[in-house]
Design a binder for this molecule. Structure first.
Ligand code: OGA
Ligand code: MN
Length: 295
């Protein structure tokens, strides 16, 4: 099979590509994986249509791009997990496959996905790629939006670029959920979610381009008073999520979307919470904490 990648929007020829010529269920060759990774380095978001896959097939495909993260980003769900520890449950379903009530603690926590973020930026070594497979999607709404953090960096005023360059932000789910007023943490969860430092500006390894590393999990900047840090991050987020930087993905069943968390942010949008929305995410871990990566 020959792999082909076309830009989805001609106005954003370097962001979001439609990839064809791959069957995730049948597996890929090493050469295919290299071609896909080259495409990811250019586009940062790739869409594959009509991929009806199992979790095992999704994991096997994802592992071509690096080791998988354990799905430990959620609330402690050891008793009620639906999926294996290699698969993040991006659904509104409980362990019996029933739609959860909106006031279920897990539903409230998952509203954090509606804030612009980069996956696992709250982990010491954050995520490289996320691969999200649409198993069951609502009739309308629940699209996923992606923002191009390399383009956002390129478009920053030079004096803002200088200001950003050496900053180190602290990331924690306590910050992102704090934005929503979620406060029902156990002591163990608070201990587990202590902030981790991440560079604000990263050099994207695969393209050599600079990128803003923003996320709803970023809630402080080293050496700055909290309000000054928060307003700075808010203004940067507003800049980086302007229309010209965004691709909005309208899901079809069996879509698989891959994004590079080192060069994008994403968020879910609202949908009827009584409808089923079931997506499965595998997450490829990055090579090292961002402070150990060269800029
Ligand atoms: C994710 C995520 C957004 C969505 O899977 O990491 O943030 O639209 N998903 O479900
Ligand atoms: Mn996410």
């Amino acid at each position: 099979m020959t792999i082909n990648i076309e830009p989805i929007h001609l106005e954003r020829p370097n962001f979001a590509g439609l990839l064809s010529g791959v069957s995730v269920a049948n597996g890929i060759s090493k050469e295919d994986a290299t071609e896909i990774e080259d495409g990811m380095n250019h586009f940062a978001v790739l869409v594959l249509r009509n991929q009806q896959i199992t979790d095992d097939q999704q994991c096997a495909f994802s592992e071509y791009f690096g080791p998988l993260e354990q799905a430990t980003g959620d609330l402690d769900q050891s008793a009620t997990r639906r999926l294996s520890m290699k698969v993040n449950d991006i659904s509104n379903l409980d362990e019996n496959g029933a739609v959860m009530a909106i006031d279920d603690r897990r539903s409230l926590f998952s509203l954090g996905n509606r804030l612009w973020h980069s996956d696992s930026s709250f982990k010491q070594t954050p995520a490289k790629y996320s691969l999200l497979s649409a198993r069951d999607i609502p009739a309308s709404g629940g699209i996923t939006q992606f923002a191009d953090m390399r383009a956002a960096w390129d478009a920053l005023a030079p004096e803002m670029q200088v200001e950003c360059m050496d900053k180190i932000c602290d990331h924690s789910q306590l910050y992102s959920r704090g934005l929503l007023g979620f406060a029902e943490w156990t002591d163990a969860e608070i201990a587990f979610n202590q902030p981790v430092p991440q560079r604000l500006v990263r050099r994207h390894a695969g393209s050599g381009r600079l990128s803003l590393y923003l996320s709803a999990h970023a809630g402080a900047i080293d050496g700055q008073p909290m309000p000054e840090a928060r307003i700075f991050l808010r203004e940067l987020n507003e800049h980086a999520t302007q229309h010209q930087f965004i691709y909005s993905h309208e899901w079809q069943p069996n879509d698989l979307v891959i994004w590079d968390n080192r060069a994008t942010m994403h968020r879910a949008t609202r949908y009827d919470s009584e409808e089923v929305r079931d997506l499965h995410r595998t997450t490829v871990t990055d090579s090292a904490p961002t402070l150990q990566q060269p800029v």
